[in-house]
Design a protein around this ligand. Sequence first.
Ligand code: ATP
Ligand code: MG
Length: 398
Amino acid sequence: MRTAFLVKYGEIAIKGKNRNMFINQLRDRIQWKLNKIGDFTVSKDQGRLFVECQSENIDSEQIIGAIQKVFGILYVGEVKVYDKGDYAELAGHIKEYVRHNFERKDFTFKIEVKRADKSFPYNSMEIASKLGAELLAEFPELKVDVHQPQEKIYVELRANTYIYSKMSEGLGGLPIGCSGKATLMLSGGIDSPVAAYMIAKRGVELNAVYFHSPPYTSERAKDKVVELARIFSDYTGRLKLYVVPFTDIQLDIYEKCPHEELTIIMRRIMMIITEKIAEQTGSIAIVTGESIGQVASQTIQSLNATNAAVKLPVFRPLVAFDKSDIIKIAEKIGTFETSILPYEDCCTIFVAKHPVTKPILEKIEQSEKNLDGMEEKIAKAIAEAEVISIYPKSEAEK
Ligand code: ATP
Ligand code: MG
């Protein structure tokens, strides 16, 4: 008998022709996640993945916890693997399974059997009821309850015999890498790390851009952004963070444009720079943490005015979320505590007392005409961007 881990995936099973690509991505992502913990092999078997560990002394909870963070998974749990044998051997296995895996033997149960291997002389229902009878004879305090059992015991007859009961829920979604690549505008706030998580959950690989305005924003503000990226990379996988020097551009806008339009013009230029970095790095969309009405720069009119600065689609996975819902996710993924550390960001320093909430595009474009030499400034900022490789804490820097 060996201990392994069974992974059930959902949505990806229905993706027709792309199915194999999805499953291979999922397998690779799981493999990657586990490399740091030990020596594992992940193999495909008819709609399931099996993770086997070659290392000694495995900590099942740690392994399940790691696998649970891989998008694309519905359930994961420990499974006992037995060599294929005849019915008498199978009956022995299930008794051994119950003896060793349940502390008390007085629960109600149901057995579910799946046969990929049809060589047994009974069908699945017959095997389930025969095995149930074997267990009742062996452990007299057990009771069968086919409607609301306390424990379901699953038996799968494949190339090997697999027995399992408890499964933990996965996050759903699609494996990273299945849906192309996007560039995230990452600030040190609560929202953009959550946006990273949400969009990555749909299988999108990320890189990120942070606009840094020293000395108005401190090194500690930048470190906070790096730390946030490191935390969410546990879900999104490793990524590159482009730290773009933004001070000159911001001062220029401050000097030459009407103050009530500062934020909107600044955001448009951030978008333009992000789009250029996206195009240079193979991204096909921009992602932000904006949500309708949260602040003056996030009215629908303002969002339209920023969209108009770029051609790539701008995805805002939090567009309809309340702050309280966003905070719940931030807490779940572990970014909240870092996000609320009180370091300034570049938007809070240059904000006007009364920013426009319904910008008119023609007027904004007119104001931007004052920004002579902006193209060169943008090119310089991109050329001088610092590129930081972000790895999840749980992964070695390879
Ligand atoms: P967050 O909590 O993500 O900072 P916020 O509610 O503070 O969002 P804003 O500051 O208006 O809202 O920013 C809206 C979005 O613009 C952010 O979610 C992020 O995607 C992007 N953004 C803002 N500031 C920066 C920055 N300095 N660098 C990169 N992107 C930024
Ligand atoms: Mg912010």
